[in-house]
Design a protein around this ligand. Structure first.
Ligand code: CTP
Length: 403
């Protein structure tokens, strides 16, 4: 493994002493380690210790004018190949999740364009608290890699998850990350060098500040396709409606709410080699939304006047700069193939993936689809959505390679 530059942020907590051992192991593996010590961390280890172990100057303050002129705190986080937060205290995780930057460490974490690995260590109840669960889920969604803590007796006398993993395990996780980067960069992946645009999930169409029109799409099939395309080496932009799913690794995710926002995000993500429009876009939005909550005593039940949403798929397929391969989905409850074949022609899509949603496909794990192309229809047996995704990505790779 070629040596790397690691920016190590040492947070507050008794486990900070294990960061010292981690630095030693990293240095022994040939990595260049630069440390940032938080005020909390400095209660447990000294800057002198970290400097001696890393062989580099330790950074502690955002307000060091000399240092700002010399390298700049943003530079510090960008010069690294990886940012490791160890130990990541509950407080530090909360700040990271909220985007708070009130010291050097949190500012670097917000300013970095590099991958971040957080290694939490804290009391078991703090780790299990709903607030920490929420923060970890949010960080996960933001693409931060959070290493699960070990379980065992803790310094505070309690037992359970919250212990910092052993330094050797942390280093192994770091090397594993680099090994997977190396794989991802391999040029022999079938979609290497391609840009895929995927839409997924439902759209929410606002009625008033508390109500919206929506549908039952879970986003699972679209997320699985985005993940499979990234695994095949593509650069993937995933435009996601409101869903409770975490972002698969290596994907740029743009969250949107309404069909209008989705249309704009799709436009902004072009050019692409292929677009896979899996989103269950609402066909209609409210002709007029209310700025205040509609009240029962405003009068009789309101009539919802609807206006048609833009057809994102048809608009995209009709553009001069359209992706070479435009794929739509057709969720149907009856006459599945007839509707899908007609939809392909009507929307000018190259392929339509049709599925029967009369059962529990929406939200479920299994899907049975028909791939409708100009050359005919292929019907696939029921299979997990991840497998549908893999097969579709294989077909896309073959198609793009052919022309
Ligand atoms: N789609 C879209 N924009 C819309 C509606 C649908 O991009 N406003 C896309 C979906 O992402 C999907 C395909 O069009 O890829 C088919 O969606 P579907 O809802 O099945 O088709 P509709 O055109 O809405 O037809 P209908 O609801 O009448 O079956």
């Amino acid at each position: 493994m070629p040596s790397k530059r690691i920016l190590l942020i040492v947070g507050g907590g008794i486990a900070a002493y294990k960061a010292c051992e981690l630095i030693r192991l990293m240095a022994r593996s040939g990595h260049e380690v630069t440390c940032v010590l938080t005020a909390g961390g400095a209660q447990f280890v000294t800057a002198m210790t970290l400097a001696a172990l890393s062989g580099n100057r330790v950074h502690t303050s955002l307000w060091d004018a000399g240092e700002e002129a010399e390298i700049g705190h943003i530079q510090l986080s960008r010069a690294a190949d990886l940012v490791v937060v160890c130990p990541a205290s509950a407080d530090l995780l909360a700040k990271m999740a909220a985007g708070i930057c009130d010291d050097l460490a949190t500012t670097l974490l917000l300013a970095t364009d590099k991958r971040v690995l957080a290694v939490p260590a804290m009391n078991v109840r703090m780790w299990q608290h709903a607030a920490t669960r929420r923060n970890v889920a949010r960080l996960d969604g933001d693409g931060v890699i959070v290493m699960p803590p070990d379980e065992g007796p803790m310094a505070c006398g309690e037992f359970g998850p919250g212990r910092l993993p052993e330094p050797a395990q942390i280093l192994a996780r770091i090397e594993e990350l680099w090994a997977s980067d190396h794989d991802a960069a391999r040029e022999d992946r079938p979609l290497a060098g391609r840009h895929l645009l995927v839409t997924a999930g439902p759209t929410y169409e606002r009625i008033d500040p508390v109500r919206y029109l929506a549908n039952r799409s879970s986003g699972k099939q679209g997320f699985a396709i985005a993940a499979a395309a990234a695994a095949a080496g593509a650069r993937v932009t995933l435009v996601a409606g409101p869903v409770g799913l975490t972002t698969p690794p290596g994907i740029e995710r743009i969250d949107v709410e309404s069909a209008d926002e989705m249309a704009r995000a799709v436009d902004g993500a072009l050019p692409a080699d292929c677009a896979v429009m899996v989103a269950a876009v609402a066909d209609w939005r409210l002709a007029e939304t209310s700025g205040r909550k509609l009240k029962k005593d405003d009068g009789p039940p309101p009539t919802l006047d609807l206006a048609e949403n833009p057809d994102i798929l048809a608009d995209l397929a009709g553009r001069a700069d359209r992706p070479r391969l435009v794929i739509g989905f057709a969720a149907e409850t009856h006459d599945v193939l007839d509707h899908a074949i007609a939809k392909r022609a009507r929307k000018n899509a190259d392929w339509i993936v049709a599925n029967d949603v009369s059962g529990d496909v929406m939200g479920g794990e299994v899907n049975a689809v028909h791939l409708v192309r100009a050359k005919g229809v292929e019907s696939w047996p029921p299979m997990p959505k991840s497998e549908v995704a893999r097969r579709l990505v294989d077909a896309i790779a073959r198609e793009l390679a052919d022309g």
